[in-house]
Design a protein around this ligand. Structure first.
Ligand code: PAF
Length: 285
């Protein structure tokens, strides 16, 4: 069932709750791919009812980012959701979510995650991005009031920040983190892969290669963070514009001097003009 109105979703979920049903939420910005489908399938397996939200959230994009050209494929998304027997596809427009006013934090209430978690990795170049993410996710949580919410590990910083928000604000929702889904080539699935040329897709494999190489060096006994990071440079060519490569603690994004099983390596790199991110846990979770 495709719904656009907050009140319609609320009314439907209220009926489910009255029957004691467990509700799962999969928040997305649409352009659904196998990565999203893995979240949806997991939610379907673990919950009685599943809501997938499809909303390209304007307040998490910076002024020079790809909000306008972000792929919008609601019809195809709805078909994919129907095929997975999703109970509600919630696809509001910006007016429904934020009202007609100006979208800024001098007119809207924002949820702002702590500086420590935001002032690094993607948050450093995408100023205000995680305020926009936490604000919309909090709104979706309040609208749907799910028992479980499903997020992909590909956006590792996002999941860590959302878990922190849930803990700090005592939100009674369990966050389920699902593994990255990759093409056979190793490329992590992303809605932004649509922007890549065929050659760009090949050049993009370097992200996964760098991460795998770092992990295999760690497995062979290298723990010094700088030495691990240095192993990346031989993979990079003039086609790759590295934005960051960091190794942090996977629970709280604390810096580490020595890597251990709680480490995560995270990379952002522009390939073919497209900003791509990927990550790897040193111990599989
Ligand atoms: O990961 C995404 O697609 C978005 O950041 C999210 C969580 C749906 C919020 O808009």
């Amino acid at each position: 069932m495709l719904l656009n109105k907050i009140n319609e979703v609320r009314a439907e979920v209220k009926r489910w709750r009255a029957e004691g049903l467990k509700v799962g939420l999969v928040p997305t910005m649409g352009a659904l791919h196998e990565g999203h489908l893995s979240l949806i399938k997991r939610a379907k397996a673990e919950c009685d009812k599943v809501v997938v939200s499809v909303f390209v959230n304007p307040i998490q994009f910076g002024p020079s980012e790809d909000f306008d050209k972000y792929p919008r494929t609601l019809e195809a998304d709805t078909t994919l959701c129907d095929n997975e027997s999703v109970d509600i596809v919630f696809a509001p427009n910006a007016n429904e979510m934020y009202g007609g006013g100006r979208l800024s934090n001098d007119t809207l209430t924002y949820v702002c995650p702590p500086y420590f978690f935001v002032d690094k990795l993607c948050g450093k170049s995408r100023v205000g991005h995680f305020d926009g993410v936490c604000t919309v996710v909090m709104k979706l949580f309040n609208i749907v009031q799910p028992d479980f919410a499903y997020f992909g590990q590909k956006d590792a910083q996002q999941v860590i920040i959302i878990k922190k928000m849930v803990k700090d604000l005592n939100i009674p929702i369990e966050i389920i983190q699902c593994p990255i889904v990759r093409e056979e080539s190793g490329l992590a699935l992303s809605s932004r892969n649509k922007y890549l040329s065929e050659q760009g897709k090949k050049d993009a494999l370097v992200l996964n290669k760098i991460l795998n190489n770092i992990k295999s060096c760690y497995k062979k006994g290298v723990t010094d963070i700088e030495s691990l990071k240095e192993t990346a440079y031989s993979f990079l060519t003039e086609k790759h514009e590295l934005e960051y490569l960091e190794i942090y603690n996977c629970n709280d994004l604390e810096e580490q001097k020595e890597a251990n099983d709680e480490s995560i390596a995270l990379i952002a790199c522009r390939v073919d003009g497209v900003r791509l991110i990927d990550n790897i846990y040193f111990k599989e979770v």
